[in-house]
Design a protein around this ligand. Sequence first.
Ligand code: F6P
Length: 364
Amino acid sequence: MSSKIRRIGVLTGGGDCPGLNAVIRAVTKTALNRYELEVMGIEDGFLGLIQNRMRKLEWSDVSNILTLGGTILGTSNPSNPRSYAIKRKGKTEMADVTDRVVEHVQAAGLDALICIGGDGTMTGAADLLKHGINCVGVPKTIDNDLEGCERTFGFDTAVNTAAECLDKIHSTAMSHHRVMVVEVMGRNAGWLALHAGVASGSDIILIPEIPYDFDKVCEVLKSRSRQDKRFTIVCVSEGASQKGGDKVVAQRIETSPDPIRLGGIANKLAVEINACTGLDTRATALGHIQRGGSPTPFDRALATLYGFHAVELLMTGAVGQLVVWSSGKIGEVPIEQVANKQRLVPLDSPLMAAARGVGTSFGD
Ligand code: F6P
């Protein structure tokens, strides 16, 4: 056991997702109960470290939060200490404020940080490691796209939410004999679209890993129509694109480490499908609803396992590691190995093969 660790900080960075509070609870309760550590909750992710905003977490602060969506600590997206937006003479400039973060960590007497986040947060943690700050990572994201980790917490809840919405879309699609194009999140990875699409029996699933052939998509729709299948559900990932085409960008946030926000493919596709097939078509984008709400029991259990394991790693001196689920086991991989990387759906995915087996089209 590491005798050097007395006080730890915990932060939630990047986009929120269901299960963050369950991890904060597991980290805090394990630290207090098993090791009598002090726990400081850092507010709004790395922004709280930059601005020196943190508060002590007691048992009572983390009681009754297991089932709560969001994060009691708050989070922030555009706040990478290496590239932080500062206003000077009315102009926004990006500055490296890592030294300020190191000062605040040392002044607060934090012996280690538990960073709960996705690839952006792990990139920040990897930088802090180089500056001598002990960090352990916990893999969060509804996108399930963290390198080295087969299951991030938050993903199961997002799949449930998206599948439930797709089920609801089914009944209205049937009544009106329509093509319904439903856009789900996932950034550049198709995990969410694949799992929610298969779980809801979507007829066409379009994911970023397989640029779609628009003529093939229309062929499937027309052929279904000829067979008297009077409605079709298309589940499209926000990162999907036509062969030779570009992804549809909703917004650019220049101060964010990853400035591109995807979105809008469902609308674009619905207009094109209607023009090509003449079929009555509507678009729905599920958006941030996929990030909200109470975590599923699976995510609560996974978050608890991750939070507990993160403290165990710290106390055994295994800093610089990201807790992961891999090959059916809890384990860890070096944070550096994960930073700035995304795990995509492999083209030989067994779930994709099964979907094809039951007649689902991937637009290829
Ligand atoms: O990474 C999680 C995620 O929800 C992506 O699926 C999506 O592309 C992005 O975050 C949206 O980010 P924001 O909350 O900044 O709109």
